[in-house]
Write a protein that binds this ligand. Structure first.
Ligand code: BEZ
Length: 213
């Protein structure tokens, strides 16, 4: 078992996919990336998830995020399933699906949780930064399909907080006020946050989202 922690370099691998062989780090290049696993091909919730991910391509592209899915089935199965996804979800799958019949990648990323199911992967999401480090992990059970609006929301937060000394509060959405991180002294605020700030408590200082005009 391989336990990945936030801030670790995302383990590299080479694998076959529905779009040919992928060396994960080379494929990511200097982009952000999402690697997400699916319990199995030809399953209903996964079908809706992959269709939704395809429809969100424009949103992922805007954020320089490359998307790759994984399921522990083979290429032939993936290719047949992709036809079904395109047909039933009224879209075109526009990202690779890794074929992981030997569970090499699933094991590397600890995507099989035997007390949940000893054969299928859970629904893992790994968001990886341009530095190849793991920025966020979310794990859902097979029975709960993912919310792709939530994935865009967390990408917006990750990309904002990577470049500005802010954090995003509960239920934050792009455009909402942000929290100034505790390591910023009040004296630094006029330069860092020229739009101003509100001190609710000395440890809770809010400022308009800094990367918006
Ligand atoms: C699904 O993707 O629909 C699914 C897979 C495994 C268990 C339950 C649902």
């Amino acid at each position: 078992m391989n336990t990945i922690k936030l801030g670790d370099i995302a383990p590299n691998f080479t694998a076959q996919s529905s779009e040919g062989e992928i060396n994960f780090h080379d494929w990511l290049g200097s982009n952000w990336g999402i690697l997400f696993s699916h319990p199995a091909d030809y399953t209903p919730v996964c079908t809706t998830e992959l269709g939704t991910a395809a429809k969100y391509k424009g949103e992922f592209d805007k954020r320089d995020v490359k998307v790759v899915a994984l399921s522990v089935d083979g290429i032939r199965s993936h290719n047949g399933w992709i036809k079904d996804i395109n047909e039933t979800q009224n879209t075109t799958v526009n990202f690779p699906i890794i074929a992981d019949e030997d569970k090499k990648v699933a094991t590397l990323y600890d995507m099989i949780h035997p007390n949940s199911d000893d054969k299928m992967t859970v629904r893992s999401v790994f968001i990886i930064g341009p530095d190849k480090k793991v920025k966020l992990m979310i794990i859902y059970p097979a029975s709960t399909g993912r919310n792709f609006d939530e994935l865009l929301r967390v990408i917006d937060s990750l990309q904002l907080t990577a470049y500005h000394k802010v954090a995003t509060p509960a239920n934050w959405n792009n455009g909402d006020d942000c929290v100034i991180i505790p390591s910023v002294a009040n004296e630094e605020i006029p330069v860092l946050f020229p739009k101003g700030y509100t001190e609710v408590k000395p440890y809770l200082r809010m400022t308009p989202q800094p990367n918006l005009k």
